[in-house]
Ligand binder design. Structure first.
Ligand code: 9MR
Ligand code: ZN
Length: 511
């Protein structure tokens, strides 16, 4: 199809814009389910050349009557889509349920349907290079692989907490587990990854990625990789942040997290950067980093917020004043966005600086938006759908601060892109939309021959970073470097920290 719409549809009063590729007709027709023509609309005469297509926008916001519709223009048409109430609620629930499916060390019961399996990865894990064995059961499998890594775990947990903060009502009808309970499953595991001196191990995984098997079938030795200061900084920040959320639900748990955060912070205070690289013999996810300043910054901010103690405030002040400009990315590698968004709650000048950071970052992103509404055109990185969701979160935060419609509209565009307004005519969430991604690089889905629902694909990756992508996508423009085949791990894997910002974005937008 060459008319791109949000495949999940729209509410009656939403702004609705379809993109039309390579069709020069100047009229768009709207048909209802019975095939009757209900509306004719002009197509914007302006065409934008992007990713090998000539693209036009068509605003069909005038369509407000609930029902199922199809758009047609010249020889092209759209998938049928609904206009109705709460079109994204089921998708949001499924995106949260995904975390239950990703659980490690738990018997996934019948609620997981065909994806049920006995507890996996429950043996003791060996601390790399030693004869020490530790119990680190629990947490979520990171992605299509079964590694458990602290750095992305902290991002995923932080996003889910923000999602809940932004719109608790969005989670009132929980699917498999309430969102804070599910997040706790990860936090409990993270606590086990802290060493007695406060340092936090970077990850636990087998030495290498296994074949396309079920989690409990991976029986190789589990290895705990060395402590890094990026993992320790993220851990300190995430634990201090989470302790505020759980303080009213379970004080003992909240206290345990805060104490752990403080121990991690103390460790950082006397430790030079330890940047992670896979040690000899280990080839699972690296989550390496160029520096740990942003992880430390985020940790200072969260401890200052949670404790209000002078030493944390001083550290936060010094770190904030040291970074004069901040692009505020909400990545797994650059945590300044979390420092900025959370730092909005700091007193006086510090809160003001964070506000400036958020708005400058959002304004900068606005200047890069293309006709698809996303901020990347020439180059889309591995997991670009995470960046798109992250941008959406930042726009949403800017809207919360200012009420300016331009931010809200930009946030919606990120969502529309993910759900179908993209040049590969795909709903990037499995199990949703008319043409969903369906063959993810996700071991249980491949092993069972059934696609697990509610997973956000990594999406277009212009670097063609795997053999399958190189075979099928050579010469494709950046936005079209996506292939729905499980072999393409650089374009079609799934990850907990790709789902999590989309959860936050959807929660924020549907408030
Ligand atoms: O999301 C990560 C991406 O930003 C990197 O470019 C890529 C290559 O280093 O790794 C991605 O993370 C993968 C991790 O290393 C292992 N689990 C699956 C992750 C998603 O592909
Ligand atoms: Zn497992």
């Amino acid at each position: 199809m060459k008319i791109q719409i949000n495949q999940l549809g729209y509410t009656a009063d939403m702004k609705k814009v379809a993109l039309l590729r390579d069709e020069l007709a100047e009229e768009l027709q709207v048909f209802n389910q019975a095939g009757a023509l209900v509306m004719t609309l002009p197509v914007d005469v302006k065409r934008t050349e992007i990713w090998g297509d000539l693209v036009a926008e068509v605003d069909f916001s005038a369509l407000q009557e609930p029902g199922m519709y199809t758009l047609r223009c010249g020889a092209e048409s759209s998938w049928p889509f609904p206009v109705g109430e709460r079109p994204y609620q089921a998708c949001l629930t499924a995106l949260v349920d995904m975390f239950y499916y990703q659980r490690c060390g738990d018997d996934l019961d019948e609620r997981a349907g065909v994806f049920a399996h006995p507890a996996c990865h429950t043996g003791l894990a060996r601390v790399y290079g030693t004869e020490e064995w530790r119990e680190v059961n629990g947490g979520w499998h990171d992605a299509g692989d079964f590694g458990r890594y602290i750095v992305p775990a902290a991002k995923a947990a932080a996003d889910l907490l923000l999602a809940w903060q932004w719109n608790p009502a969005a989670f009132e009808k929980p699917g498999l587990t309430p969102v804070l309970e599910e997040t706790r499953y990860e936090l409990e595991w993270m606590l086990k990854m802290q060493r007695e001196d406060g340092g936090v191990y970077h990850k636990v995984s087998c030495a290498r990625f296994c074949g396309m098997i079920m989690p409990h079938e991976e029986q190789e030795e589990l290895i705990i990789s060395p402590v890094s200061t990026t993992a320790t900084g993220d851990f300190a920040a995430c634990m201090a942040m989470a302790s505020r959320y759980y303080a009213k639900i379970d004080t003992t748990f909240a206290d345990r997290m805060l104490a752990a955060a403080k121990r991690a912070w103390d460790f950082l205070a006397v430790t030079e950067p330890i940047l992670f690289r896979n040690p000899e013999g280990i080839s699972t996810g690296g989550y390496g980093d160029r520096d740990d300043a942003d992880e430390r910054l985020w940790a200072h901010v969260e401890l200052a917020l949670t404790c209000g103690e002078e030493k944390y405030l001083t550290a936060a002040r010094e770190a904030i004043l040291r970074s004069d400009r901040c692009h505020a990315p909400l990545g797994w590698g650059d945590m300044r966005g979390y420092a900025a968004v959370e730092g909005l709650g700091l007193p006086g000048e510090l809160g003001e600086i964070c506000r400036r950071w958020v708005l400058e970052a959002a304004d900068d992103l606005l200047t890069r938006i293309n006709v698809y509404g996303i901020t990347m055109t020439e180059r889309l990185p591995w997991g670009s759908n995470m960046n798109i969701s992250n941008d959406g979160m930042l726009f949403h935060q800017a809207w919360l601060l200012t009420g300016a419609e331009k931010y809200r509209e930009a946030a919606w565009k990120q969502l529309h892109y993910l759900l179908g307004v993209n040049p590969v005519d795909t709903c990037y969430v499995s199990g949703f939309g008319t043409r969903p991604m369906a063959r993810p690089h996700h071991r249980p889905s491949v092993a069972l021959g059934v696609c697990q629902p509610g997973m956000l694909s990594g999406g277009a990756c212009s670097g063609l970073a795997d053999a399958c992508a190189r075979e099928h996508l050579q010469g494709q423009p950046a936005g079209k470097c996506f292939i729905d085949m499980h072999e393409s791990y650089s374009t079609n894997e799934i990850c907990v920290y790709w789902n999590s910002p989309m959860v936050a974005l959807l929660a924020g937008l549907t408030k």
